[in-house]
Structures are given as C-alpha cells and as structure tokens.
Design a protein around this ligand. Structure first.
Ligand SMILES: Nc1nc2c(ncn2[C@@H]2O[C@H](COP(=O)(O)OP(=O)(O)OP(=O)(O)O)[C@@H](O)[C@H]2O)c(=O)[nH]1
Ligand SMILES: [Mg+2]
Length: 618
C-alpha cells in the first residue's frame, strides 16, 4: 500500500438471487484473483455449508482485487451481501464500511421488496449507488423498463438530486460483461470497473491519515487458522503490526487492550498478512477476544468511538430450552442449559440483528431475529455442532405506540408471483391472515404479480401452504414494512395433531392403520414417545393414537417385518417447516439426527389440566 495507491471500497446490494455473488465470481476472475490453473468454484464467496446447500448468501463477506487500466492499478475492496430479507441486518451494517455500492436489479424480475429495503439503507447513509441492470442475457429481460422503475424507486425513497442522477450499466454477471449502452460489444466488466473508479469516492482524503488510528469493527467471523477476527474499514490514521490498540464499546467504555501481532488484508478469496494499513483500507484483526461488532478498535489516545448506525430491531422470537424429551441426550453432546446459553450469547455478540435474553425460567432463552429463516439457520448450525434443543412456536414482538398506548405489531410487504389461475386462492388465504392487497397486475406469461401489506404474525407457517396452493410454482417475497396497529385475531392452524400414546418404535402395520386419520410425519421403525406428535390430524382436534401396535400374531410373517404393507411416504418435517407448523402448546425437538414435534406437556392428564388452565386464563 504505497502513497500513490488508488483504492475503492464498494458493497454489492440487491434483492435475493439477483446475481450478487455470481457477479463477484467474475470480478474476481477478471481482477486476477486466480492463479493460472487454479480451480474455480461457482459462487465462491458463498463459502459456508448452509450457504452452499441453500443456494443463498447468509453472511456478508469481503474480498478484493487489483484491476489495471491504462491509468494504472486500482485496488477494489468488494463486499458481497445477502439478499434475503431475514439477513437485512448484515447489509445495514456493511454499508457503513464502504464509500459506494452497486445496486443490482435483475432486469427480468424487476424491482423487488428487498431492492427497496437495501436502497433505502444506502440512500440514508448518503451513498450514491451505481445501478447494475443485471441478467440482461435473459430472453425476458426488460432493462429499459427496469431503469425507469429504479428511478421511480429512488424518487419514492426521497433520493437527493445527486443520488437521483445515478449512473447505470447493463450487465450479465454470469457471462462476465457490462455495457454502457445495449448495442456495445459484450466483452468484459471493464465498463463497470471504470464506472466504480470514476463514481465512487476515494475513501481516504489526507485529513483522515493525519488523525489517530480508528476502525469500526463490522464483520465478526472465525476460522481454524486465525481464530476470531474482526473486519472493518480503517476510519482514520495508520496501524502497524506490533502496535498496542484498545477497543471501545459504542458508549465509549474501554473493553480491552491488545498488542497486534498480525494484521490481514483481503486478496481474492484469501486473507494475507500485511505490515501496516491506513485510512480507507479494509482489514481483519485477530487477537482481541472480547471486542465485537459495532465496537471501535483504536489508538490508546482515542476517547470517542466511531458512531455505529443502529440496526432495525428484531421482529420475531422463539423460546429455546433444553431438550427434556424421553429421547434427550441420545444424539447430541451439547445438551446442558449453560452450554446452550453460552452459544446463543456468542451468536448475538457477532450478529447485531439477533438478540438473546434470559427468561424467568432458568433453562429458557428468548432468541429474537428478523425472520424464520434467520432463526432456522442458527438452529440448524447449532444442531450440526452437536446441540439438542427445544424450540417454541415463533411469535412476533409487539410494541406500544408511545403516544396512544395502542399495541403495534410488525407488518410486511409481500410480493407474490403466481400463475393466474392460483391468484384467487392466494388472495383468499392472505385475506384470512389479515393482509390487504395493494396491487395486482399481469406480469407476463400468464402470471400475476400481487402486492400485499399484512402482519408478520399471519405469515408464520404460511409459506408451505402457499407452495401447495400454487402447485410449487409460486414465488413469495417478504420484507419488513413498519410497526402498525394490531390487526386483530388471526385463526391458528386448522388441524389437530396425531399424538403417540406410548413410548417405543413405530410399526408399519400401525402406521398403515393410521393413514386415513391424516398426514403422517414418521417412518416405520422410528423411536417415538408418549406426547410426541406423529402426524397432522385431518380433523381440528388432537387425537391420541398408538403408532406401534403389532399385527395379530397369526398374521405375522416369519421375518417379523411387514413387507406386505405399502405405506404412503411420510411427510417429513424440515426444521423450518416444523417451527412454523407447531402451536403454542407444542415444541420442536431438535437433535443432530432428528427433528421431532411434540406436545409441550407429554403426559395426557397434565396436558388436559394445563389446557383447562390456559383456557380459564385466556
Ligand atoms: N441468466 C443469468 N443468470 C444469472 C446471472 N447472474 C446470476 N444468475 C443466476 O441467478 C441465481 C442467483 O445467483 P446468485 O449470484 O447466487 O445471486 P445472489 O444475489 O448472490 O443471491 P443471494 O446472495 O442469496 O441474495 C443463480 O442461479 C445464478 O446462476 C446473470 O447474469 N444471468
Ligand atoms: Mg449471494
């Protein structure tokens, strides 16, 4: 990092799946991040296992490239962000460490709810986004219409005249080219790199270099080599290896001091040690065990922390408790309350969009976040680490209007694309869930786009119903809108549960007899217990059943297996499906090997007594 360096820090923001990570692949390749013959992976930045399995970005990540044109080399730090609304907290935070951003819009899909959310955050921070009309290689792309819609969105979000005058390129991130006008040759991303160079300001004017060292920690992660690292942009001054720094909390309290034995910068997909860094650089620091996201790492003489933007508060929470089912402790080795507590608090520390609180019950913690997917990803990670947990039904977090005292609840904007013939079913279901339709228009090829505003409470558990109602072809996008007055009662699940009345192993014969009672969740030969839910009743009430009854002896085949029986394959619940399926009186049991649903009170007498009690209270 010489005095003559040219540096640009940009984040890539967009609605989910609009092509951010794919564009980064091409920027890396064209920025010389790969050695000759080096293996390349698709969506290389989506490096953690759940990101690869789910095909979405969950954590914001930093990378950098060096790109040369005839005026010299430029160092670009690029931050890839997640597009799914549940991870919007990551985007908000990351935008504070860059000086510009690329707003990607899929030119075929157009402006979507999360486009609006991320753009509003960028505009509020005073950034001047570059618009990338992406995926213009798609045959149904409508780049010109999309530019107009993006312009309207900027205007609707109150962009300044300067921001409204946004530059844009047409691009295919996948094919690795960008164009300033549609007729240009489709060669490389050069037009995009040039645009970033000319439009995004240099992060470090001289005045920042002359001040003491300060950096706002923005991303916390850890890996096997370096342990726990904090990534952020150096706000001012310089830092060298060997220097002693301190960490200040947001309110200016000193957290710890450490001598920095190593400093890292990003180079392609790697982090490489550097001797020093200065204002504008994005660096990673290891060796500070307590400092975390939103803290300031700084010179010992600094007293004022870098202001950190507050993040939108969580809207949804589940209660996490120890697993106390009769099968507890069989699969996992992390089962005690204190281990669960430590893991949850560690998560909340590095992820500002997650909040963990203790409850009156010493073994129960409230885990709050932005949505079912965000909470599901954390619980899934814990399960893979060997945890066993019980999870309650998600509930929305209410607030009170400070002036009127009225109860407010989170509302969302819901954008749905469905085949025309299913729009009726969707409108009806969402109306029951107290959502109001604001727009309905044809969106090409016999599809309709529907826009609703409705309470988050009504959407818990709706997604799987939506998929069934639209024969798997519907697309639903949701984003937080605002806290609005309580929308009134919403009816819960319409079907009761089929509950096992005994502990043991299920038999094919018993399950076969239960098939016309409803939809089963379990296979033959599965361990079940009294109070465990083995299926959904086709009627509204709960029903206790015996899933392990054996065939009369006279009929039993020699092997003892009932191979003559043909069972309908069970409807196995995924973690997210289970969490949104259960009612208040039920729990999801999560272990490294199993997802089970159960009644909170396993004993039928206890259950009845508790239900009576809650009826008389409620
Ligand atoms: N036709 C076409 N498809 C693209 C292009 N860019 C990305 N895709 C496809 O779009 C899908 C999503 O791409 P990603 O790069 O994962 O999108 P993303 O914006 O990073 O998604 P999230 O991080 O989950 O928000 C993948 O199937 C890509 O292959 C493009 O330029 N053209
Ligand atoms: Mg991505």
């Amino acid at each position: 990092m010489t005095a003559a360096r040219r540096l640009r820090n940009v984040a890539i923001i967009a609605h989910v799946d609009h092509g951010k990570t794919t564009l980064v692949d091409q920027m890396l390749a064209q920025g010389g991040a790969y050695r000759e013959n080096e293996a390349r992976q698709e969506r290389a930045m989506d490096s953690n296992p759940q990101e690869r399995e789910r095909g979405i970005t969950i954590l914001a990540k930093c990378t950098s490239i060096i790109w040369s044109n005839d005026t010299g080399e430029t160092h670009f730090n690029i931050v890839d962000t997640p597009g799914h609304a549940d991870f919007g907290g990551e985007v908000e935070r990351v935008l504070s460490m860059v000086d510009g951003c690329l707003l990607l819009v899929d030119a075929a899909e157009g402006v979507m709810p999360q486009t609006k959310f991320v753009l509003s955050k960028a505009l509020r921070l005073g950034l001047r986004p570059i618009v990338v009309l992406n995926k213009v290689d798609r045959p149904n792309a409508e780049p010109d219409k999309t530019v107009n819609d993006v312009f309207d969105l900027f205007a609707a979000l109150g962009a300044s005249d300067e921001q409204l005058d946004f530059p844009f390129v047409y691009a295919s991130g996948k094919e690795g080219w960008a164009l300033t006008s549609m007729g240009d040759a489709r060669e490389s991303l050069k037009p995009l790199f040039e645009l970033i160079l000319s439009h995004v300001p240099d992060p470090a004017p001289q005045r920042f270099l002359d001040q003491p060292f300060k950096m706002l920690a923005t991303i916390l992660d850890s890996d096997a080599f370096m342990g726990r690292t904090l990534t952020g942009r150096v706000e001012s001054g310089r830092i060298s290896v060997g220097q002693t720094v301190k960490a200040l909390s947001r309110d200016g309290r000193e957290i710890e001091r450490a001598r920095l034995s190593k400093l890292f910068a990003y180079r392609g997909l790697r982090r490489v040690p550097v001797e020093f860094a200065e204002a504008g650089d994005i660096i990673a620091i290891a060796g500070m065990p307590h400092a975390t996201v939103a803290d300031t790492i700084c010179d010992l003489m600094v007293e004022e922390p870098v202001p950190a933007t507050p993040i939108d508060p969580p809207t949804l929470a589940v209660t996490v408790t120890i697993n106390d089912s009769p099968l507890a402790g069989r699969d996992g080795d992390k089962v005690q309350s204190r281990v669960i507590r430590a893991r949850l608090f560690a998560q909340a520390e590095g992820d500002v969009a997650i909040k963990v609180t203790e409850t009156a019950d010493k073994d129960a913690y409230e885990l709050a976040g932005r949505g079912e997917l965000q909470l599901g990803v954390l619980i899934e990670s814990m399960r893979r680490e060997g945890f066993e947990l019980s999870i309650s039904r998600p509930r929305v977090l209410y607030r009170r209007d400070e002036e009127t005292g009225a109860v407010l609840e989170p509302f969302e904007e819901i954008v749905i694309d469905v085949d025309d013939e299913y729009s009726g079913a969707v409108i009806e279901k969402l109306a029951q869930r107290k959502s109001q339709m604001n727009d309905m228009r044809p969106s090409g090829s016999a599809k309709t786009r529907l826009v609703f505003h409705g309470p988050s409470r009504g959407l818990v558990g709706y997604h799987s119903e939506f998929m069934t109602d639209t024969r798997g072809a519907g697309v639903m996008n949701r984003v937080f809108l605002d806290y609005l007055p309580h929308a009134g009662d919403i009816p819960g699940r319409r079907n009761g549960a089929l509950i096992s009345n005994e502990i043991g192993e299920t038999t094919a014969y018993a399950l076969w007899n239960l098939e016309d009672r409803g939809v089963l969740f379990v296979d033959p030969g599965e361990a079940v217990y009294e109070g465990m839910i083995i299926g959904e009743n086709s009627r509204a009430d709960d029903l206790e059943v015996n899933p392990m009854k054996a065939k009369k002896l006279t009929n039993v085949r020699a092997s003892g297996k009932d191979e003559a029986i043909r069972l309908t394959p069970p409807h196995k619940l995924t973690l997210e499906r289970a969490i949104s399926w259960i009612e208040d009186s039920e729990l999801v049991e999560v272990t490294p090997k199993a997802i089970r649903v159960r009644k909170r009170w396993l004993d039928p007498n206890e259950r009845k007594r508790r239900e009576k009690m809650s009826e008389s209270v409620g």
